[in-house]
Write a protein that binds this ligand. Structure first.
Ligand SMILES: Nc1ncnc2c1ncn2[C@@H]1O[C@H](COP(=O)(O)OP(=O)(O)O)[C@@H](O)[C@H]1O
Ligand SMILES: O=C(O)C1=C[C@@H](OP(=O)(O)O)[C@@H](O)[C@H](O)C1
Ligand SMILES: [Mg+2]
Length: 197
């Protein structure tokens, strides 16, 4: 009988799954970079469950993220986010797409660092702006100059996202290509030196 040679696509996802082991895969990065959209197909490829922390927060609170910010403010939102993410990380392995501020919160970041593989999806300002500009759902960008606010958040947060285990540059290419790049990063274990574009 002929030996079955795996196709390159199969071997990439199989190798990524093996490299992940029992850890969760946690996607971090700024608003609009693609964490929520990429997370589910990455999980499908890996054959493990997917959850988006914002969607879970909305489910348990029965409020939208916008309503939560308006009713309770950012600090309360962060406290809820920390509790929800702590729970989501408990029964891994799964893929968790986080909200952009989650990994910036010290307590959430420490939780992620215990027993998860974190991937920073990063992008330049124009790409992020083009994407978030079309939507009206991000309370932190309801300012006089939202593009400037986004740039300020980049400056504040990029040194912290840098602490993630891996980094993948998000580009305006098909989501399937981004999914492959995340799988490849897991296999290659890209470290701090090659994080910057
Ligand atoms: N690779 C991609 N190419 C083009 N558009 C994308 C890509 N990834 C995400 N998007 C779009 O960008 C917007 C923000 O993506 P989203 O997944 O919500 O980002 P995040 O969860 O990081 O804030 C959405 O409208 C989404 O469809
Ligand atoms: O960057 C942030 O602080 C936030 C990002 C949002 O998630 P996305 O990054 O998925 O847009 C959401 O959690 C909330 O609006 C706050
Ligand atoms: Mg999201």
């Amino acid at each position: 009988m002929r030996e079955q040679v795996p196709t390159p696509a199969e071997s990439l996802k199989d190798r990524a799954r093996a490299a992940l082991g029992q850890r969760n895969l946690v996607l971090v990065g700024l608003m609009g970079v693609g964490k929520s959209s990429i997370g589910r197909p990455v999980a499908q490829q890996l054959g493990i469950p997917f959850v988006d922390s914002d969607a879970e927060i909305e489910r348990v609170s029965r409020m939208t993220i916008t309503e939560l910010f308006a009713a309770y403010g950012e600090l309360e939102f962060r406290a809820l986010e920390t509790r929800v993410i702590k729970r989501l990380l408990q029964d891994g392995p799964r893929v968790v797409s986080t909200g952009g501020g989650a990994f910036i919160d010290e307590s959430t970041r420490q939780q992620v660092k215990r027993g998860s593989l974190s991937v920073w999806l990063k992008a330049d300002l124009d790409l992020l702006w083009n994407r978030v500009n079309r939507h009206d759902e991000r309370p932190l960008l309801k300012t006089e100059n939202p593009k400037q606010t986004l740039e300020n958040l980049m400056n504040e947060r990029y040194p912290i996202y840098q602490e993630a285990d891996l980094a993948v540059l998000s580009r305006d290419v098909g989501k399937d290509i981004m999914v492959r790049e995340v799988l490849a990063a897991i296999v290659e274990g890209k470290t701090a030196e090659n994080k910057m574009p």
